[in-house]
Design a protein around this ligand. Structure first.
Ligand SMILES: CC(C)(COP(=O)(O)OP(=O)(O)OC[C@H]1O[C@@H](n2cnc3c(N)ncnc32)[C@H](O)[C@@H]1OP(=O)(O)O)[C@@H](O)C(=O)NCCC(=O)NCCS
Length: 385
């Protein structure tokens, strides 16, 4: 195709994709100074004016001409807002790549742009699949891919190559029959503050406190699967993993924090949200930092997590019908937390809780139904009114 004459203009109203012009060189150069651009893409670092000149005036036109890739400038709010391209396409399968100018981010611009080019790939180029890939940890890009309907996400170790260094990659794709809409839940992790505790998302600066809590003898006794000794890398892996839970639809995990200092006091989670047999349940799990035990922190935190789990989906909750919880029989503190929150003992699995020394304890199972929760009854009364 001839550049720029054959470059199709694609638009959905707010976002227009068009051929690059010389006027885009300055804004494109500015965009490439952004640390996030350098961190998550393969652009040269340092990024010079001459890089922008040759990319926009030589490489992009040449790629349109030989069909190796198709790059559009994104126009939003009357300005150049980034670049998006379709590349490869051999055998009818190709990739999408994109970058937004920092000022334009967080307005849904890239999600709109991705949907426009994916439709173009299917309807005009006849592709049978579009692939998205991003270095692991690029949550903004992953969110765009999820919102645009990409699915079947996998993590490919060392699949990416950035300036000579291998990096793990996330890979997902869409096909022509797929809705370009989110698949599955990406759960919010809301900040909830009540009863003297704050639930909030885990953040990397919690790692030291996570490490201390998970090296504590009592934590190690009841959570036999934890690495021992538990290092700072383990703590960072735990925090990243809990963030992934929410994106994968598997669970919501909070830091329990001191409302005054925001310091981490423990962890509470509602997980197993994609249970194959019953996707209306959740399991509740928790551990506390040693210096926060014995003053009702965990009971309060679990109460808040339960309420969120039973809150209907339409009201921003997890829409659960039934919660389950397990505690090793001698772990009376954990059983207490469950029972003060209304959990009912449903059984005892014999010799089912592994200890670190190779022995086993009995495991108590608890459950709690939404219909038993005081807020649920209140909800029903309101409906009756
Ligand atoms: C990734 C990028 C293109 C997103 O562009 P954008 O215009 O902000 O995209 P959108 O507004 O359509 O969607 C971004 C979504 O990601 C979310 N998001 C951003 N950072 C996030 C993070 N760290 N964790 C979770 N979500 C995040 C935004 O809240 C938004 O979701 P929402 O609409 O539900 O609130 C932009 O951040 C960018 O250019 N980054 C640098 C280059 C890059 O990474 N390119 C992709 C390489 S694979």
């Amino acid at each position: 195709m001839r550049f720029p004459d054959d470059v199709p203009v694609l638009t959905d109203g707010p976002v227009t994709l068009r051929a690059h012009t010389a006027a885009d060189i300055g804004p494109a150069y500015e965009t490439c100074q952004d640390p996030e651009m350098q961190r998550w893409t393969t652009i040269p670092v340092p990024y010079l004016q001459e890089h922008a000149v040759s990319f926009l005036t030589e490489q992009i036109p040449a790629n349109w001409a030989d069909g190796s890739s198709y790059a559009w400038a994104i126009q939003y709010d009357g300005r150049y807002a980034g670049t998006i391209d379709l590349r490869d396409g051999r055998g009818g399968v190709g990739e999408v790549g994109f970058a937004a100018a920092p000022w334009a981010r967080g307005n849904g611009v890239m999600t709109r742009a991705v949907k426009l080019v994916v439709r173009y790939a299917f309807d005009r180029l006849g592709w049978s699949r579009v692939i998205w890939r991003a270095y692991v940890g690029n949550w903004g890009s992953r969110r765009v891919a999820w919102k645009a309907g990409f699915r079947s996400l996998v993590t490919m170790p060392q699949e990416g190559l950035q300036r000579g260094v291998r990096r793990d990659e996330w890979v997902a794709s869409v096909t022509p029959d797929d809705d370009l809409e989110p698949q599955g839940h990406w759960w919010d992790i809301p900040v909830i503050e009540s009863n003297g505790v704050r639930l909030r998302p885990l953040v990397p600066t919690d790692a030291e406190r996570v490490m201390a809590a998970c090296n504590d003898e009592r934590t190690k006794l009841w959570l036999a699967g934890l690495p021992s000794p538990y290092g700072l890398d383990d703590a960072h892996g735990f925090i990243e993993g809990r963030i992934s839970w929410a994106a994968d639809g598997d669970g919501v995990s909070w830091a329990i924090a001191d409302p005054e200092t925001d310091e981490l006091l423990g962890n509470v989670s509602a997980f197993d949200l994609r249970n194959r047999n019953d996707p209306t349940i959740a399991e509740i799990g928790y551990w506390g930092h040693p210096d926060a035990r014995g003053r009702g922190v965990m009971s309060a935190a679990v109460g808040l997590a339960i309420k969120h789990a039973f809150t209907p989906l339409d009201d921003g909750g997890l829409g659960r019908r039934r919660l389950v919880l397990y505690a090793a029989a001698p772990n009376t503190a954990s059983a207490h937390v469950a029972e003060v929150n209304g959990f009912v003992r449903t059984g005892l699995a014999r010799s089912a809780s592994a200890r670190r020394d190779g022995t086993y304890e009995d495991l108590i199972s608890f459950d709690l139904l939404a219909t038993e929760h005081p807020d649920y009854r209140k909800l029903l009364e309101n409906v009756a009114d």
